[in-house]
Design a protein around this ligand. Structure first.
Ligand code: GDP
Length: 425
């Protein structure tokens, strides 16, 4: 038996979805253990191109059981829309291959509304939220003011619980934000239109996972976003509202006894960042536009252009440590093929001093990048399938990154398709 977590090392969008899709071949169960529908994994395989937001990326493999763990922000509305879309493209979703934890908390209709209201109140100080309700959801979860998915099976108690929550939440909506209150009939509509649809998939996934562990099944834990967005270890307050780190996988999945032998950290060959907050190595102007276009760096959920920059060794080394990564998948190396010389941020300058330590969040605004340039390889590498197929300049770049982030690069991805990958093991 072996367990593995696939996590983002940087700001997210590193290509975790394609790595899960690729690696699921050797796993029996894939579990999403944190986050909600506020980011997207893009998966391209023989069944088509899919933008997944909440569904685990193992749903394309026959025989793989996919689980939404108790740590996710379970939004019945967006989940059902996503499920319908995937089913309509010919991917079967049944209670056999998709299981939702009865202990997952439900993202309520007012969470999205509150997210938008708060971003509007913040005006130019906004966090850059995707407005999917994630921050208000987790805030309420920790206040114990949400509903567990399993409560859908207890309608009498659910009604009383929802009535209490509604009364409480309307105080905030009308009092703090002068917004319209929600009514119970709006909640009934939500229950009928979305919660009822996902109900057949809700079960005791903790028990399922314990059994799977006993039977020696291989479990893959799939994270959303990356180290720098982790609630505790990321660039506060520009983080997400959950733990994106591998260490949270046992808790958020529903298998607290899980030992995770391998942590595959996904690093993109350059940096991107969606939303607000310090991004020390950010590129601007034409240089940025070229990289954004080459890498198709537009948000999977929002379509927002992503901020781009060179690979940031300082942030990446920190991300590797936070994730306790045991190996790295370096993705999108092919995107850099158009560059004559390839910039890499090797250090930061803080108060005039060169440092390779990732600073405390408040210091990041005043940090500037130290950039070194590497020779480009000047040819298309998307057909490379073996290490020897890569031009020596590309190999040198990969080896430099490996040495400086302190973790072996075992996969180099050179295209979005399942097979566009070089394995270095
Ligand atoms: P995730 O959230 O970490 O899964 O990342 P996203 O799905 O948001 O972003 C990764 C994007 O890059 C997707 O559109 C992938 O299809 C694409 N992608 C992944 N790996 C590669 C690669 O090696 N080369 C290229 N050109 N695209 C890739």
């Amino acid at each position: 038996m072996s367990n593995c977590a696939i996590v983002g090392i940087n700001w997210g969008d590193e290509g975790k979805g394609r790595m899960v899709d690729y690696l699921t071949e050797s796993y029996d169960v894939v579990v999403r253990y944190q986050g909600g529908g506020n980011a997207g994994h893009t998966v391209i395989n023989s069944q088509g191109k899919f933008a997944l937001h909440l569904l685990p990326s193992g749903i394309f493999r026959k025989g793989v059981v996919n689980i939404l763990g108790n740590g996710v922000a379970l939004d019945p509305e967006s989940l059902w829309i996503e499920m319908r879309d995937v089913i309509s493209k010919g991917v079967p979703l049944t209670p056999e291959n998709l299981k939702i934890s009865e202990r997952a908390s439900l993202l309520m209709p007012w969470h999205r509304e509150l997210d938008s209201l708060e971003e509007a109140r913040l005006k130019d100080k906004k966090y850059g939220s995707t407005k999917q309700g994630i921050a208000p959801f987790y805030a309420d979860k920790y206040q114990k003011k949400t509903v567990l998915a399993g409560e859908l099976f207890h309608p009498e108690q659910l009604k009383a619980h929802l009535t209490d929550l509604l009364e409480w939440k309307n105080l905030t909506l009308t009092g703090v934000y002068s917004a319209q209150p929600f009514s119970y009939s709006m909640l009934e509509e939500w229950l009928n239109n979305y919660c009822e649809k996902i109900k057949p998939f809700i079960t005791d996934t903790g028990e399922f996972l314990s059994e799977a562990q006993k039977e020696g099944k291989n479990i893959l834990f799939e994270a959303q976003l990356g180290s720098l967005r982790d609630l505790d270890y990321g660039i506060c307050p520009y983080t997400t509202s959950s733990n994106t780190t591998a260490a949270y996988a046992p808790i958020g999945s529903g298998l607290p006894s899980a030992k995770i032998e391998n942590v595959v950290g996904v690093v993109k060959a350059y940096s991107t960042c969606v939303g607000e907050g310090p991004f020390v190595c950010e590129m601007f102007g034409d240089e940025a536009e070229k990289l954004r276009l080459a890498g198709a760096e537009y948000g999977a959920k929002t379509g927002r252009p992503r901020r781009v920059g060179p690979l940031d060794i300082v942030a990446t080394r920190y991300g590797v440590a936070v994730q306790a990564a045991t190996e790295i998948a370096l993705t999108k190396l092919d995107v850099l093929s158009y560059m004559d010389k390839i910039p890499v941020c090797t250090h930061y300058l803080v108060d005039g001093k060169r440092t390779d330590k990732f600073p405390f969040p408040s210091v990041l605004d005043s940090a500037s990048p130290v950039i070194e340039y590497f020779e480009g390889w000047g040819c298309d590498i998307s057909g490379a399938r073996r290490w020897e197929d890569l031009p020596s300049a590309a190999q040198r770049y990969v080896l430099f990154v490996e040495e400086n982030i302190g973790c072996p690069i075992t996969y180099v991805s050179v295209g979005p398709e399942r097979e566009s990958i070089i394995i270095r093991k």
